[in-house]
Design a protein around this ligand. Structure first.
Ligand SMILES: [Zn+2]
Length: 152
């Protein structure tokens, strides 16, 4: 890879540190401590996680409802929300990740769910998010993603 491309890639990784990314690879296997569901919203909880599944389901449903009010229903059939028993999903400090067959969130990162749902809606990448998703995220979620998304 050309040197210049490497550098910009590293920069992107450091901006990612508190937020998500969006690969479409298959999710790694994890040991589950519980699972619960409500319609097409299935929550899976990694073994050792301190919060009961039903509580995580309630929080997830609330954030999903906020997202749906603005961006519409996204089917989660075949895409369980997995709460990992760790703050960060990887060494790059991602707190959310959309896999082909799951959405992983860090231990207490339910507020990251709308970002991942927007990936379900729009696909990989963040093109156009500065126009609709980011202003909504700031106003409704109080989550400022301007720097991460590269918005002016
Ligand atoms: Zn993303």
């Amino acid at each position: 890879m050309p040197r210049r491309a490497m550098r910009s890639r590293f920069r992107a990784v450091s901006l990612c540190s508190l937020l998500c990314a969006c690969g479409l690879e298959t999710a790694p296997e994890i040991e589950l401590g519980g699972r619960c569901r409500e319609a097409d919203l299935e929550v899976q909880v990694e073994a050792g996680h301190p919060i009961p599944c039903q509580e995580l389901l309630r929080l997830s449903a609330n954030y999903r409802a906020l997202f749906e009010e603005r961006f519409g229903h996204q089917s989660l059939v075949g895409i369980p929300i997995r709460y990992r028993d760790r703050d960060f999903l990887d060494d790059a400090h991602h707190t959310g990740w959309r896999y082909a067959d799951a959405i992983d969130l860090g231990r207490l990162n339910w507020a990251e769910l709308p970002h991942e749902l927007n990936h379900v809606r729009t696909g990989p990448g963040h093109q156009g998010w500065c126009v609709d998703f980011e202003p909504w995220s700031e106003e409704v979620l109080r989550v400022d993603e301007r720097a991460y998304l590269g918005c002016r």
